[in-house]
Design a protein around this ligand. Structure first.
Ligand code: GLN
Length: 202
């Protein structure tokens, strides 16, 4: 799409479903690249942290010296974390037996895998509150994290059974569900339009 022509989006590609995000970006004709090392952050305008296994992803973030680099990146550029990506952006993880040290870039607390195990994965239609209009969007919950606390200044864009499942604050967006498994690019477009297009094209 013409409005995305100046964008270059990075996808953290250490573990998880990063290929699905690549497919969605390709559907919209958005240039994208995988981020595996700190220097890969230099050429991108925004970062997607995919779903997967947060314990594995955080270990690899630290092994490849990406922690400080991602925190620094977030000070000027947007990040969208989905599922495990949301866990990594959170402030605190409840009952954190695996001792995952999150990046603490978003003022929310999380309970991991709180919608049940893999066999209890489910698909649903969510109503997203995007730019003041209500938009229906298919969403898949796979061993999804539950948001247990939403910081005062964090905006809730969608809920499921009274729990926030899509939130944003400043240049950080996080969703507990997946939308990248389908061809519906609504949420990706929201991220690109609201967090990037205006800023990069100026
Ligand atoms: N439950 C997983 C974790 O804690 C996240 C699942 C997902 O990303 N689909 O890392």
């Amino acid at each position: 799409m013409e409005k995305y022509k100046n964008l270059q989006i990075g996808i953290l590609a250490l573990q998880g479903d990063y290929e699905c995000h690549k497919k969605q970006l390709n559907l919209l004709g958005v240039k994208n690249s995988y981020v595996k090392l700190p220097e890969h952050l230099k050429k991108i305008d925004g970062l997607i942290i995919p779903g997967g296994e947060s314990t594995a992803i955080i270990k690899l973030i630290d092994r490849f010296d990406l922690r400080d680099a991602i925190v620094k990146f977030s000070q000027t550029k947007p990040i969208w974390g989905t599922c495990a990506g949301m866990i990594l952006l959170s402030k605190e993880i409840e009952d954190n037996q695996a001792e995952v040290q999150p990046l603490q870039l978003l003022d929310i607390d999380i309970a991991r895998t709180a919608y049940g195990r893999q066999v209890f994965s489910f698909e649903t239609q969510l109503i997203l509150d995007l730019n003041g209009s209500q938009t229906e969007c298919p969403a898949t919950f796979i061993r999804a994290p539950r948001i247990k606390r939403v910081g005062e200044k964090v905006k809730i864009l969608a809920s499921y059974n009274d729990d926030a499942v899509l939130v944003e604050k400043d240049n950080i967006m996080a969703s507990s569900f997946h939308t990248e498994l389908e061809n519906n690019t609504k949420l990706l477009e929201y991220f690109l339009d609201n967090f990037l297009v205006d800023k990069v094209n100026i």
